[in-house]
Design a protein around this ligand. Structure first.
Ligand code: LRH
Ligand code: MN
Ligand code: MN
Length: 388
C-alpha cells in the first residue's frame, strides 16, 4: 500500500519549470496565429508565468531563451521575477536563427563561425550569473542535409571543443545540460541525434554535464522510459523538456497525446530517486500553444505532469517487486495498471487545499480576471521566436 502522506509531500515538493516562449505567440512554418494579450517583453512573460505559479503552487521557475529574452539589464529582470514570486530557471542558448549558422554553429567547418557560436554560449553563462540561473540548456540545430556534405567525425570533434570551452566557464554552482533530437532542421545527419551521443559528450566533460530528454525528440515507437531509467542509473539525467507529439516535434501539451507514456516515464523517475531534489533533475515544459489560450494551456500541462506523477507515486512498489521476483508477469503488470487507472484528481485537489490553493487551478486562474486584463492592457504581443 502506498504511504499517502509521503505521496502528498512529494507532490507538494515537485517543481515544474515553465518556458518563457510558451507565453508568446507561436505557430508553424505555415502561420503564426497572433493571440490577444500576449506578453510584449520578457517582463510580461514572467508576469504570466507568475500566474501559473499562483494557480498551481508548483511552477516557481521560468526558463529563458537567449536572444528571445534579451534585456539590457538582467539584474532588473531577476528582481522583477522575485517581486512576482518566481525565479529564473534554465537559460536556453540559441545558435539556430542566424544566417551564419546555415551549415552549422559549433560544428560549422569555418572556425570563425564556431567562435561566434561559442561566444554566444559563454554570453549565456553571463546571463546565468546575472539572473541567478544555475543551468545552461544546449540544443544544437547542427547537422547536414546530404551525404558527403561534411565529415561526421570532424563535426563531433568540433562539438567537443565547444562544449569543453563552455564547461570550463561554469561556476561551482552551475551546470549544463545537452539536449538531443533525432532530426530537424537537418535531415541527413544531426550532430546530437540521440541520448547516446549526448551521454558520450557529457561523460567526457564531467559531472556538471548531463543529458536533457525532450519527450518530442524521438522516433515513433522509441521506449523513452528505458532511456530515462538508464540515464538515472548512470547519474546523467539532467532535465526533461516535456511536451506531446503525434508526428515529430509537435510541442503539444504534455500528457495530451499519450498520458500513459508520461506515467511510464514518471514511474521510472519516481522509482529511481529522480524526484529527490538532491538528484537535480529539472522538470521543464517545452511547448508552444498555437491555437489554444496560452496561460490555461500551461496550467493544464502542469496539472498533467502532476497527475502522472501522482499515479507514479501510487505504484505499490512492494507488490510490484514481489510479483516481479515471482515471475508473475500479469500480476506485475496489474500492479502498474492499478496505479495508472487510479483517479488522482481528488488526491491532487486535497494536496492543493493543504497548500492553501484553490483545488481547481484553471478555475482559480479564470477568477483572477488576468486573461481579460491582459487583452485590454497589452497590444502587439511578441512572437515566441520561431514559426514565422
Ligand atoms: C528544439 C527545442 C529546443 C529549443 C526549443 C525551442 O526543437 O526542443 O529545446 O531550445 O525547442
Ligand atoms: Mn526542447
Ligand atoms: Mn523541440
Amino acid at each position: 500500500m502506498s504511504d499517502i502522506p509521503a505521496v502528498k509531500s512529494a507532490l507538494k515538493a515537485q517543481v515544474i519549470e515553465t518556458p518563457s516562449w510558451g507565453y508568446g505567440n507561436s505557430g508553424t512554418r505555415f502561420k503564426v496565429f497572433a493571440q490577444q494579450g500576449v506578453p510584449r517583453d520578457p517582463f510580461e512573460k514572467l508576469a504570466d508565468a507568475a500566474r501559473v505559479h499562483a494557480a498551481t503552487g508548483v511552477a516557481p521557475l521560468v526558463s529563458l531563451h537567449i536572444p528571445w529574452d534579451t534585456v539590457p539589464d538582467y539584474g532588473k529582470l531577476r528582481a522583477h521575477a522575485e517581486d512576482l514570486g518566481v525565479r529564473i530557471g534554465m537559460i536556453n542558448s540559441n545558435t539556430f536563427q542566424d544566417d551564419d549558422y546555415r551549415i552549422g554553429s559549433v560544428c560549422h567547418p569555418d572556425p570563425a563561425v564556431r567562435r561566434k557560436a561559442i561566444a554566444h554560449l559563454l554570453a549565456c553563462v553571463d546571463v546565468m550569473d546575472a539572473t541567478g540561473s544555475t543551468a545552461l540548456k544546449l540544443w544544437f540545430a547542427d547537422g547536414t542535409n546530404y551525404p558527403g556534405q561534411d565529415d561526421i567525425t570532424a563535426r563531433q570533434d568540433r562539438l567537443h571543443e565547444a562544449l569543453q570551452a563552455v564547461y570550463a566557464r561554469l561556476g561551482p554552482e552551475q551546470r549544463m545540460v545537452l539536449e538531443y533530437k533525432f532530426f530537424e532542421p537537418a535531415f541527413y545527419t544531426t550532430d546530437v541525434p540521440d541520448w547516446g551521443t549526448s551521454y558520450a559528450h557529457c561523460l567526457k566533460l564531467g559531472p556538471k554535464a548531463k543529458v536533457v530528454v525532450d519527450t518530442g525528440h524521438h522516433a515513433p515507437g522509441t521506449n523513452i522510459e528505458f532511456i530515462v531509467a538508464l540515464l538515472l542509473r548512470e547519474g546523467k539525467l539532467g532535465a526533461f523538456d516535456f511536451n506531446s507529439r503525434f508526428y515529430a516535434d509537435d510541442d503539444l501539451m504534455v500528457g495530451a497525446a499519450d498520458p500513459f507514456q508520461l506515467f511510464r516515464i514518471l514511474h521510472e523517475v519516481a522509482k529511481n530517486g529522480g524526484l529527490d531534489a538532491a538528484n537535480g533533475v529539472a522538470f521543464m515544459l517545452d511547448q508552444c500553444h498555437n491555437i489554444e489560450a496560452k496561460i490555461p494551456a500551461i496550467i493544464r500541462s502542469v496539472m498533467n505532469v502532476q497527475e502522472a506523477t501522482a499515479k507514479a507515486l501510487l505504484v505499490d512498489l512492494d507488490a510490484l517487486r514481489a510479483a516481479q521476483a515471482a515471475g508473475d508477469v500479469l500480476g506485475a503488470n496489474a500492479v502498474l495498471m492499478d496505479a495508472y487507472n487510479t483517479d488522482v484528481r481528488p488526491l491532487l485537489a486535497e494536496v492543493r487545499q493543504e497548500m492553501g490553493l484553490n483545488p481547481d487551478p484553471l478555475a482559480a486562474y479564470a477568477a483572477t480576471g488576468h486573461a481579460e486584463k491582459i487583452i485590454a492592457d497589452r497590444v502587439g504581443g511578441t512572437q515566441a521566436g520561431w514559426g514565422a
